[in-house]
Design a protein around this ligand. Structure first.
Ligand SMILES: Nc1ncnc2c1ncn2[C@@H]1O[C@H](COP(=O)(O)OP(=O)(O)OP(=O)(O)O)[C@@H](O)[C@H]1O
Ligand SMILES: [Mg+2]
Length: 473
């Protein structure tokens, strides 16, 4: 019996779902029955690591003694590093602590006999191959092999498939803590094609910051000390943001919230009441930006919200009360709120680990022949795992370089590749195509008369793909 795990590695929260013995679904919640906060704290002196809920709870207390990482996902694939307590930490090493935290949570829930060594991990649409590689390395450091990566929107769509299956065009609106990710999917009996994507670096974190600045300004007006929010010590800014994040959520069921901090620098103990109308007015620009992002993504494919069938709303920030009020009033289309929106991406990923679907190359990639015709090496419509091939070409003149022009089927140039040849008329040049784990297409070209060191490689890192959901559904 297979144990399958699905992970939603989020900027703010990470969630893990297990499907044990092919059917028992387990949601690995933390001590507060929530997903795992994606927060890692490293002690500046001892190098000790605290992460997840423990880190979240001790964040204020340890804000000076620890280095705090709250959105390491956004640093994956970069060359950043941090020297803490004599160790150089890379984004992969820090992210691996989150994978390790998830793994420990699973072990604590199910006992040591269970092996948690692989998972399907969801990634944002348009997550670059560099970031994929970096995420894979982070998981590997925690002893988790990433079986496959699935786009967060496809995972969410799969989880809610019963509710959306009758629609041919679906917008997945995933508004998280760090980003808003939109994908417009075309659904043809389970074959999911991404028609357009859009994203905006706008998430719950930005709203929390704006709200914090607003509360600070209100305080400053009541009790002027001539200190801007930016000039407050980092510790107090962090406390204010944490309190405002909680208050933002309280507006889901309250009309007035009280922001109280026992200590807020020179302002001492503070207590500020904010009513819902104020909050609503304050964040209207962010809501407009989010809606504009959906509109502009739809415009790319000549659609608008009126003629779209359905919107699937996932991510924590879609619970924002002013946002819900706005879309309930303005959108006529069918709106799907998954039952457990915080878990829907990881749930879909776990289901896809059991009933694997497949990626298909959407468009051909090939070369332009000397007669001007396009010759596909990677044929559109082929499943990714059956794409590997070798194509042979002969040079048509006595030259020491064979010039390849790689294009898509519309003959849009993707790359020029120059392969050293020996200079024989009709000398053969082989182009070998392989596909790596991160869905990168690797073309390796070499003359049969030349040794390996004359090989030339070209990597196509962002092929357009179609995802075919498992046939069982
Ligand atoms: N009731 C609520 N009202 C408003 N915002 C909420 C509510 N509940 C959660 N949020 C916000 O949702 C955000 C977290 O959402 P989510 O867990 O989907 O993010 P993520 O997946 O970690 O981030 P990303 O998808 O950007 O990588 C936080 O900013 C949180 O404050
Ligand atoms: Mg998310």
């Amino acid at each position: 019996m297979k144990h399958a795990f699905g992970i939603d590695f989020g900027t703010t929260n990470s969630a893990c779902i297990g499907i044990l013995d092919d059917r028992k679904i387990t949601k690995y919640t933390d001590s507060e029955d929530e997903p795992f906060p994606s927060i890692v704290m490293i002690d500046k002196i001892t190098g000790e690591v605290i992460c997840g809920r423990d880190a979240w709870n001790q964040r204020q207390e340890l804000s000076e003694s620890c280095e705090i990482f709250t959105s390491i996902k956004s640093h994956l694939g970069t060359n950043k590093s941090w020297k803490i307590a004599g160790i150089t930490w890379t984004p992969e090493m820090i992210a691996s602590q989150i994978f390790l935290g998830l793994k420990n949570q699973v072990m604590a829930n199910t006992g040591k006999h269970l092996k948690f060594e692989s998972a399907v991990v969801a990634v944002p649409v348009g997550f670059s191959s560099k970031k994929r590689k970096s995420l894979r390395e982070a998981a590997r450091l925690a002893g988790i092999d990433i079986e496959s990566m699935i786009s967060e929107s496809t995972a969410a769509a799969f989880h809610s498939y019963e509710k959306i299956r009758s629609f041919s065009q679906i917008a997945v609106f995933d508004w998280g803590g760090g980003t808003l990710d939109i994908s417009i999917l075309e659904n043809d009996k389970g074959t999911i094609k991404e028609l357009a994507i859009g994203n905006e670096f706008l998430g719950g974190d930005d709203i929390d910051l704006k709200f914090s600045k607003y509360v600070h300004l209100k305080l400053e007006k009541e009790d002027p000390k001539n200190i801007s929010f930016e000039d407050m010590p980092a510790k107090y800014r962090d406390w204010m943001i944490t309190r405002c994040e909680a208050a933002k959520k309280e507006f889901s069921y309250k009309d007035v919230v009280n922001i109280r901090l026992n200590k807020y620098g020179e302002y001492g103990t503070i207590s500020v009441n904010i009513n819902y109308q104020e909050f609503n007015r304050l964040i209207q620009p962010e809501i407009s930006r989010a809606l504009e992002c959906l509109d502009s993504t739809l415009r790319k494919i000549h659609l608008n919200i009126e003629n779209l069938g359905c919107v699937l709303l996932v991510g924590g920030s879609v619970k924002l009360r002013p946002f819900i009020e706005k879309i309930e009033a303005d959108w006529n289309c069918y709106k799907v709120y998954p039952e457990e929106s915080d878990w829907s991406v990881s749930y879909g990923a776990a289901q896809l680990s059991i009933q694997e679907g497949q990626y298909i190359l959407a468009d051909s990639i090939g070369v332009i022949l000397s007669n001007g015709n396009f010759y596909p090496i990677a044929k559109g419509g082929t499943p990714l795992n059956r794409l590997e091939t070798t194509a042979s070409f002969a040079i048509v003149e006595d030259t020491d370089t064979a010039h390849f022009i790689f294009t898509d089927s519309h003959e849009n140039v993707l790359e020029y590749v120059h392969v050293p040849t020996f200079g024989f008329f009709q000398e053969q040049v082989d182009v070998k195509l392989t596909v790596d784990q991160n869905q990168v297409l690797r073309f390796v070209a070499r003359s049969r008369k030349r040794s390996d060191k004359y090989e030339v490689e070209w990597h196509y890192t962002s092929p357009k793909l179609i995802y075919q959901l498992p046939v069982k559904i």
